[in-house]
Ligand binder design. Structure first.
Ligand code: ATR
Length: 275
């Protein structure tokens, strides 16, 4: 079967976004790989034909964003176990025509938080119970953290906790109401309220943050969210959303290329793109 000397990867989203292309292309350049990355914008009713095209054109990998993270699942040939548990796919790998779905947001979040602290048996409060929180809670419970979830809509926090507990994590996940931050080693914001486009407010006041709390915000626009600034003002260790973005892209890179991701080159490209 004829094959192109260039391996193509890309992304599928409703509006073409270039951040993934920037990160992956920097990785290809650093390792001298004959890969190229193209962000594609498609409509929802074009998803199945886009996956047919992926097979026909032998496109090696696609990153997918909402709503395709859920929509692609019935169209794939197999799911990685973590993606199946989370119920969301952000990465599709084409193995000789067999399309396999992965979730790299999950390991990306655990690696970003794990850079700042030991995870096993430590206590983390996750704010939010939407799509992003699902991947983070599954990942942190999988790393044997004691996970509590607080969400504006309490029932969604309980439903997420119940769902994760079905996979029998080392410590059961709980839904909680109060934000007593002294009771935790880490706080992870997975709500959209710190995003610039949703007002950019911090979910907790700076004075409420104990200096020994590790604070991670998965939001990366702005990089210095109000929560990251509040944590730093208290002398607490803060992890910004760019770290999770970098590590989830690095995992995609490794799935597509089979090579260890050149983190320095990808990180430098991300910094340039975000600032
Ligand atoms: P994503 O896929 O990015 O997680 P989402 O599924 O819309 O997006 O979830 C957004 C999360 O941020 C939810 O947990 C939401 O709380 P609700 O479940 O109560 O809607 C939370 N959120 C958004 N704006 C918020 C705000 N102003 N205050 C508190 N929580 C907020």
């Amino acid at each position: 079967m004829p094959s192109s000397p260039i391996t193509l990867c890309g992304s599928l989203s409703l509006h073409a976004v270039s951040l993934g292309a920037t990160l992956h292309a920097a990785g290809y350049r650093a390792l001298g790989l004959d890969f190229a990355y193209v962000p594609f914008a498609i409509e929802r009713d074009e998803l199945a034909s886009a996956l047919d095209a992926m097979r026909a054109l032998k496109i090696r990998g696609f990153g997918v964003s909402m709503p395709f993270k859920l929509d692609v699942i019935p169209l794939l040939d197999a799911l990685d176990p973590m993606a199946a548990r989370i119920g969301a796919v952000n990465t599709i790998v084409n193995d000789a025509g067999r399309l396999v779905g992965y979730n790299t947001d999950a390991p990306g979040s655990a690696r970003a938080l794990g850079e700042a602290m030991e995870l096993a048996d430590r206590r983390v409060l996750v704010l939010g119970a939407g799509g992003a929180a699902r991947a983070v809670v599954h990942a942190l419970a999988d790393r044997s953290m004691h996970v509590a979830i607080a969400n504006r809509t309490r029932e969604k926090a309980s439903a997420l906790a119940d769902d994760v507990n079905r996979s029998q994590p080392a410590h059961p996940v709980r839904a909680v109401d109060a934000l007593e931050l002294d009771a935790y080693d880490a706080l992870v914001n997975c709500t959209s309220q710190t995003m610039a486009e949703y007002g950019g407010a911090s979910p907790v006041a700076s004075e409420a943050i104990p200096p020994n709390l590790v604070v991670m915000d998965i939001v990366y626009k702005p990089v210095q969210t109000a929560l990251v600034k509040a944590a730093e003002a208290r002398g607490a260790r803060a992890v910004h959303g760019g770290r999770m973005l970098l590590y989830q892209a690095a995992r995609q890179f490794e799935l597509y290329t089979g090579r260890t991701a050149p983190l320095d080159a990808m990180h430098a490209a991300l910094e340039r793109a975000l600032t």
